[in-house]
Write a protein that binds this ligand. Structure first.
Ligand SMILES: NC(=O)c1ccc[n+]([C@@H]2O[C@H](COP(=O)([O-])OP(=O)(O)OC[C@H]3O[C@@H](n4cnc5c(N)ncnc54)[C@H](OP(=O)(O)O)[C@@H]3O)[C@@H](O)[C@H]2O)c1
Length: 346
C-alpha cells in the first residue's frame, strides 16, 4: 500500500522523478567506482526498506514493549539533536541516568530541562568530540561522576560536504565519526568506565554498503566527496565492531546498527536534495532511535561477530558488489594508532 503510494507520488510528479535520478547521481561517488548503476541499485534498492515504509511494515510484527532502564548509567554522544537526543530522552523516560554529550550547551540544557519530570535524568556535557583531548576529558569527567556505565551509545556522526581539519591536525569527519568513538570505547574499557556486561551501541549508516574498507579513503584528499568519506567511516565502524566482538568474547556486548533514513537536522543540512525529495517517506526520530533502545533493553545474542542491526534484526554487512575487496582490519588498526599518536603530538 505504502509502496503503491510512493510510486504514485513519483509518477504524478515528473520533477520528483528527475530529482530521484539527480539524487542517485549525487550518491554515485559513494560507490567509489564511478558506477552509476551501483548508485541506482543502492538508492532504489534500499528505498522501501530504509524509509518509513520499511519501518512501518516491520513494526507491525513487533510486540509492544515497555522498557525499564532504572538504575542504569548511560552515555549518549551526539545527544543535542536528532536520533541521539531521542535515545537520551527515551532512556531517561525509562529510568536511566544519562550523560548527554554534544557541542551545544544550550541544546543540551533544553533537553535536560525537558527531562526534569522523567523517572530518570539527563546530565549535559558540552564537548567537541572531534578532539581526542575532549574524548579524554569526557572519560575523566564520567569516571569522576559515575560508578560505571551500563550503556554507551556512540551516536555522534557528521556528513561534512566541505573538508576541514581539527586543531589536532585530523580530518574532522574522520575524527568525529571514527577515531574518537573508537578511542572512547577503548579508553572507557581500559579505565574501567564500561562495566563488565555493558552494552556499546555504535551508530553506523546504510551508506557503508556502497564501499569496501579503505584506509586511504578515511581522511580528505584532493577529490574529497563528503558522502563518500562518510560511507568509508561507517564501513570502518562496522569492521571495528566485529573486531571488538572477536576480542572481547562477550565480556561486553558490542553492537553496530543503522537507523534507516531519518528526518533529522543532520540530514536536512548535509543532504538537502535527498531530504527535500524523500521528506514524506523519511522515518521520524523515534523510529530512528528504536533499534538502539531495543538493543540496550534486549541485549540480543549475536553468534557471528559480523553483522549490522537494523529494525531489530541482524543484517548482512555486504549487499552490493565490490564491498568485500578492501583492506584488512590490521591495516585499519595500525592507521588509527598512528593517527592518535599524531594528534597527541600536536
Ligand atoms: N538521520 C539519518 O538518516 C541517518 C542515517 C544513517 C546513519 N545516521 C547516523 O545516526 C547518527 C545521528 O544522526 P542524526 O541524523 O541524528 O544527526 P544530527 O541531527 O546531525 O545530530 C548529530 C548530533 O551529533 C552532535 N555532534 C556533531 N558533531 C559533534 C562534535 N564534534 N562533538 C560532539 N557532538 C557533535 C550534534 O550536536 P552539536 O551540533 O550540538 O554538537 C548532534 O547532537 C549519526 O552517527 C549518523 O551518521 C543517521
Amino acid at each position: 500500500m505504502a509502496l503503491k503510494h510512493l510510486s504514485q507520488k513519483l509518477h504524478q510528479n515528473r520533477r520528483s522523478l528527475d530529482a530521484l535520478f539527480y539524487a542517485a547521481r549525487k550518491i554515485q561517488p559513494m560507490s567509489g567506482t564511478g558506477d552509476t548503476l551501483q548508485a541506482a541499485r543502492f538508492f532504489i534498492g534500499f528505498l522501501p526498506s530504509f524509509t518509513n515504509l520499511g519501518y512501518l511494515a516491520r513494526r507491525a510484527l513487533w510486540q509492544q514493549e515497555v522498557w525499564d532502564f532504572s538504575g542504569q548509567h548511560w552515555l549518549v554522544t551526539g545527544a543535542s539533536t536528532g536520533i541521539g537526543r531521542e535515545i537520551a530522552r527515551q532512556a531517561a523516560a525509562a529510568g536511566a541516568d544519562v550523560l548527554a554529550v554534544a557541542r551545544s550547551a544550550e541544546k543540551l540544557a533544553a533537553l535536560a530541562s525537558e527531562a526534569e519530570n522523567l523517572p530518570g535524568s539527563i546530565h549535559p556535557i558540552a564537548l567537541d568530540l572531534s578532539l581526542v583531548a575532549s574524548t579524554e576529558q569526557l572519560i575523566d569527567h564520567a569516571l569522576a561522576q559515575r560508578p560505571g556505565l551500563n550503556v554507551l551509545i556512540n551516536n555522534v556522526g557528521v556528513l561534512l560536504n566541505t573538508p576541514s581539519t581539527t586543531i589536532e591536525g585530523l580530518d574532522t569527519g574522520f575524527a568525529t565519526n571514527l577515531l574518537n568513538p573508537w578511542l572512547l570505547t577503548n579508553k572507557a574499557t581500559e579505565r574501567g568506565l564500561l562495566t563488565a556486561g555493558a552494552s556499546i551501541i555504535n551508530m553506523s549508516s546504510g551508506g557503508m554498503y556502497n564501499v569496501p574498507l579503505s584506509v586511504a579513503a578515511l581522511e580528505s584528499h584532493d577529490d574529497y566527496q563528503g558522502a563518500l568519506a562518510y560511507a568509508h567511516h561507517k564501513r570502518a565502524q562496522v569492521e571495528l565492531n566485529a573486531y571488538l566482538r572477536r576480542i572481547e568474547k562477550g565480556r561486553r556486548q558490542h553492537y553496530v546498527m543503522h537507523p534507516g533514513w531519518v528526518d533529522t537536522p543532520g540530514v536536512e543540512t548535509s543532504l538537502p536534495d535527498f531530504h527535500r525529495l524523500l521528506k514524506p517517506f523519511l522515518r521520524n526520530v523515534p523510529a530512528g532511535a528504536d533499534t538502539a533502545l531495543w538493543l540496550a533493553a534486549r541485549r540480543p545474542d549475536q553468534r557471528s561477530p559480523e553483522g549490522i542491526w537494523f529494525d531489530r534484526a541482524l543484517r548482512a554487512v555486504h549487499a552490493l558488489p565490490g564491498s568485500r575487496q578492501g583492506d584488512d582490519i590490521e591495516t585499519l588498526l595500525a592507521y588509527l594508532q598512528t593517527r592518535c599518536n599524531i594528534s597527541h603530538a600536536k
